[in-house]
Design a binder for this molecule. Sequence first.
Ligand code: SAH
Ligand code: SF4
Length: 365
Amino acid sequence: MDLENLEKILENEPDFRLKQANEAVFKKYISDWSDATFFTKELREKLNKECPLEILAETLFSKNQKTNNTHILTTVKNGVSGADSVKAKITLKDGLEIETVLMRHEDGRNTVCVSSQVGCPLGCLFCATGKMGFKRNLSVNEILEQAIFFNRYLKKIALSEVEGSSFGVTNVTFMGMGEPFLNYENVLKAIRILNDKNYFNIGVRSISVSTAGIVEGIEKFLKEGLQLNLAISLHAPNNKLRTELMPISKKYSLEKVLSAVDNYILATKRKVMFEYVLIKDVNDSKECAEELAKLMHNPSTPLRTRKLYFVNLILYNATGTFKPSTPQRVEVFKKILKKSGVNFVQRYRFGDDIKAACGQFATSK
Ligand code: SAH
Ligand code: SF4
């Protein structure tokens, strides 16, 4: 899909033509300009040639079920999470690949986890995307394409299920490949379009951005005046271990990150999620749990902001060097957090069988 030249191609047409084109792509989810029957045949052909809508994608539903078909309608019930998850590897026009995941919740929400970069320059040791290195930033359209892909998919399902049943992406999380705050302008533009009533109409409160702790990004983000959800990849309760796992924390210490988070909370009154992936014998000890609990109750932080700290415990998807914590160690870790009054949730394993964690699909061959 390539909409870069859309405005240019339609510049000699009356203004409402661009509106019609956008509506067809972003509201009706057409995948071929031939369906835009309000355009002349010549224009449709020109658009198909110069602004193709086809999204090249490989869809993955379970470990052994791989297909090149973009429009498969079956989804695999994920026994662990009770939700359906579908992963797509999208090939961009320069041949690079990104991944995006759809999670269908039982309450009707459809969350899409989008990538913001091809690869990532931050090189966190436990992350498959980090191991890939950095290729390039995604354009606004390439970010939106991921949500469009699943809107088309959900539309097909809705049509095949109950006639007139509601469908569509309801939530977006920037937790796919890449560091969103290193592609700040495009991520923000994409968020504004996701939120726009004339496009995706997704509430800002249903959009989350996860960062490894790029302080300038957090500070800029809070000034946008949007009630977006912020998540911080914490993964360690002290600077020493965090720097070992996430080299970027040498530049942005925990103190600096937490201070930016507090400013975010004061400005937005939103709770902030601290992601903590439990890696066996690395960050899952009793001591780590106790240190994490202390950090979450940090006395240097005003009580009103601390109350809005939430820990999200994530089960690690093995990508090579590290192993996931054992269920016993996870239980002990949780008990300590609970006893210390830390707000936490444990993220269910979305699509564990389809390698749903960050970067594991596009990098798997
Ligand atoms: N770069 C951003 C957003 C993308 S990563 C960030 O780091 O926050 C989304 C989340 O998945 C992060 O919390 C990341 O640390 C986590 N993650 C990375 N590799 C993982 C793995 N193998 N298993 C589980 N979670 C992983
Ligand atoms: Fe990049 Fe996030 Fe992966 Fe770290 S965890 S390498 S910041 S994508």
